[in-house]
Design a binder for this molecule. Sequence first.
Ligand SMILES: Nc1ncnc2c1ncn2[C@@H]1O[C@H](COP(=O)(O)OP(=O)(O)O)[C@@H](O)[C@H]1O
Ligand SMILES: [Mg+2]
Length: 333
Amino acid sequence: MIDPTLALATRGLRKSYGSRLALDGLDLSVPAGVVYGFLGPNGAGKTTTMRVLTGLIHADGGAVELLGRPFTRRDRHRLFDVGALVESPAFYPYLSGRENLRALAASGAPTPAGRIDEVLEIVGLRDRATDPVSRYSLGMKQRLGIGGALLNDPALLLLDEPSNGLDPAGIVAIRETLRHLASIGKTVFVSSHLLAEVQQMADVVGIIASGRLVREGSMQDLLVSEGVVRVRVEPAEVATATARLARLTAPDRVTPSRMEPGWISVQITPDRTSEVNRLLAEAGIFASGLSSGNDLEELFLTLTEDTTSGDPDGTFAGIDPSAGRLAPNEVLS
Ligand SMILES: Nc1ncnc2c1ncn2[C@@H]1O[C@H](COP(=O)(O)OP(=O)(O)O)[C@@H](O)[C@H]1O
Ligand SMILES: [Mg+2]
């Protein structure tokens, strides 16, 4: 069943590398004309998904719909409708940004005259178009790579962690570029392992873990759907506090943190924060920390906690599980 409002959909996508399952029945629904944040901790299967979608590898099973039509391995030519930046782009360092795009255009589908300057404008490199790429920052090279992916004027753009390794200014420039692309009607499917980054640029978010979709929806809905209040007590008081806090909601919605002893998460909206304090105080327990957030943040912290503990070789990087817990909603300290 094809849904024409979707630019991209995957159904039950599976992929193993030997005995290692990378995609475990992945279902994604990417509406047309949005920035879709494809979020997951390292090792979740984002790059594998991108490689399947761009025909670099074949899935073991499942289906892909691209721009309203099934996409099978006989449809490789249809990738001309899709722009992608999956591996880091390679450029000739001694050629300028414009010359590199010209070389790229010459090797692909015919590009109309004027398109190269249009693309340089879109990715914000017009002023630096004649500089050799060797003088570009990493962020500028990344934007030139996005420019290369835009040469065919694709309706759908697939970008695998385009902000990786960039400084804050570079990250902002990428975000603005992607927002601009959505504003001119493109669908941007962009992966990241950083919640904060996705929160700032995506209209729709899909969170994956271990090759499966765990949440998907509009950023707006996911952010306001449910709140989480986190409270810190003495580790010795965690059991008593957890039992009392269960009165505010269901017992399975009150979770002591495994990573940070003393912290307990309660799935209630932030406006009920004072009830947490009152219930605990009645039991003679005084919170030494209290913060509120949303369950998206909580969900992602939980997912990345799992990843860090299962990642002894340290390939996981970038998320500090305690980051953002207190600021900016800190009430007590
Ligand atoms: N070429 C490969 N050979 C074997 N295992 C791989 C290969 N590529 C990825 N994997 C494994 O597949 C899983 C998903 O990896 P990947 O798609 O790169 O995740 P992400 O991009 O989300 O970090 C991980 O467990 C990873 O170790
Ligand atoms: Mg990856």
